[in-house]
Structures are given as C-alpha cells and as structure tokens.
Design a protein. Structure first.
Length: 322
C-alpha cells in the first residue's frame, strides 16, 4: 500500500450525485466536529480524505459543484501508484456515499419539523445538512474511546496523533492528511505506544485489544451492523472500554441509526436545555423523554444542534483548517 520508487501517480476524476437537498460544507463540519481535525480535511471548498482504494494509498477530494437542490460533487482520486479508474470511481463513491450520507432522503424529517417551534427555523437554516458516518465501525469505536471524558478538542487531537503515527500520509499536494489506522496497524502494539501519544492506559488497552480481536478474527464488527438497536447496543457494550455513551455514539455515527440521540452526551444535553428553554439539569431518562417527540429523527436533531454550535463558534464562516 506504499508507493513504489519511481511509480507514476494517477488521477481519476468523476461526478457524483446526491439526494437533494445537500450541502457539503455543513455535512463535513458535522463529520469533523472541530477545525483541527487532520483526518477529515476541509479548506472551505474541498473535502479531503486519505484512504486505501484497491490496495493502493489514495487521496479523495470532493467539491460541490451543484446547488443544494441539484447537488453534484466533483470528485478527484489521486493515487500514489497507477490505479484502475473503474476501481477508483467505485470505491471512492462508496466511501463518500457512506460518510456524507449522500443517499439519505431528508424530506420526511423536514415535513415532521415544519410546525415545530423549537426546530423549524434551525432546520431551514441548515437545509441540506446530511447525517455523516465514520468510514468504518472500527473507526467509530476508536473515536468514541478517544473522546470519552475529555473535551472534544483534545479528543480530536489524540486522534490526529494516532493517525499521524500509525496511518499513512495522503498522496496529495495538499498539506497534511493521513489514513485512519486499520486494525492490522494496531493489533500487535504494546498499549504503552498509545500512552506515549497521550491516551490513558485504559483507553490504550481498549483500542489495542479491539484491533487485536478484529485482526485475529475473534471479533466480527460487521455482524453488529445487522443487529437491531437493543442487540447492537448490548454487543457494543460487551466490548472493553465501551459504555452507554460510547455505544450510542457509535450507533449514530458508526451505524447510521438516526433515531439515536446519545443521552449521556453532556454537550448535547446542554444544547437541549438551552435551545428548548429547560430549567434545571437533564438526566439520561429526561433526555429520552425530551427527544421522543422527534422520533425516528432524534439523531438528525443531534447533528443540527452540533452544527449550530459550530456556527456560533465562527468556524462555518472561517471554513479552512486551522
């Protein structure tokens, strides 16, 4: 998966459609969460992601060239070595469709919130925001573990260090960017290697153990994808280092269960209280009761609240990576 000496890079360019409405900028911000994210890169117009395509290291770049109501993406796949164009198109399109929610129909959600006094204005302001997903369930689990009981900014920084140390650099003229490490890259590490990056011992053991079991074939993450919410939650919580918050976070961001609003998410709870004018604290059960009115789209509300916070921080206007 590394470039051969003297190999000629290849570029494949194609267009990709999306279910309207769609806005790349809003969706990418919901995916990356913080401006310092070096794995999912954004410069204000172009989304970039390093990935292995057809056993070849490649950089995927996507720009929205259509309007939100007639959305098209101009996609360029730059490979470190020659890559069959059909393979580049098929695999890059699959990655983008999953991660950017390109095929999700938002119309039922929009109809359900038209008369909601707490949501209608927010939903219209962010019309075209699709629910993003991590590229793999493994990536989702590692994100959840990394960000547990930390500020999101520091959790993203840990993930950046993780990718820079154990991922592969993107084959692109654009600065920065690494593939997200695969289980194979992590499975045989001593947990102390991750502690040197700033992970706690418990998190280091959990991440290495997860990679080890996946790589050895004693854990099949794809099996979890086919389970209902309750069984998937139980299967996730049986994994070392995965509690209730992490399981729900992975259900939403890793498995695309849009009915899930992570009830233990402190930031999400605060958003609920502030935006709905709720006095006093909300516990887990209170979050469930409050968000039940938006079922089965509670997860979409979660993403709209998230992007509203990003807008308030000024990052939507700034656009580019910091």
């Amino acid at each position: 998966m590394t470039a051969r000496a003297g190999a000629t890079p290849s570029t494949t360019r194609f267009e990709l459609s999306a279910e309207p409405p769609f806005r790349l900028d809003l969706t990418v911000w919901a995916l990356r969460r913080r401006p310092g994210n070096a794995i999912d890169r954004w410069d204000g117009t172009t989304y970039r992601r390093a990935a292995v395509i057809g056993d070849t290291l490649a950089d995927i770049a996507a720009v929205q060239v259509g309007t939100p109501e007639a959305p098209r993406l101009d996609v360029m796949v730059t490979a470190a070595v020659p890559l069959e164009p059909a393979v580049a198109r098929t695999e890059a399109a699959s990655i983008l469709r999953r991660m950017l929610g390109l095929d999700i129909d938002l119309d039922p959600f929009y109809r359900s919130t038209e008369q909601d006094p707490d949501l209608s204005a927010l939903v219209q302001r962010f019309r075209g925001l699709k629910p993003p997903r991590f590229a793999s369930l493994f990536e989702g689990l590692v994100n959840a573990v990394a960000c547990q009981q930390l500020t999101l900014t520091f959790g993203i920084e840990l993930l950046n260090r993780f990718a820079a140390r154990y991922g592969q650099p993107a084959p692109s003229s654009a600065p920065g960017g690494y593939t997200f490490p695969a289980p194979l890259d992590i499975a045989e590490l001593d947990p102390d290697a991750l502690r040197a990056l700033g992970f706690s011992r418990q998190k280091s053991v959990a991440i290495v153990g997860l990679a080890h079991h996946v790589e050895r074939g004693t854990l099949h993450l794809d099996d979890i994808s086919g389970l209902g919410d309750a069984d998937a939650t139980a299967a996730l919580r049986a994994l070392r280092g995965i509690g209730r918050w992490s399981a729900e976070y992975v259900l939403l961001r890793g498995l695309g269960r849009l009915q899930v609003f992570p009830g233990d998410d402190v930031g999400a709870r605060n958003n609920l209280r502030r935006r709905l004018g709720i006095s006093g604290p909300l516990d887990y059960e209170g979050v469930g009761r409050t968000t039940a009115r938006w079922s089965p789209y509670s997860g979409l509300v979660y993403f709209h609240f998230l992007v509203a916070g990003i807008e308030e921080s000024g990052w939507l206007d700034d656009g580019a990576d910091s």
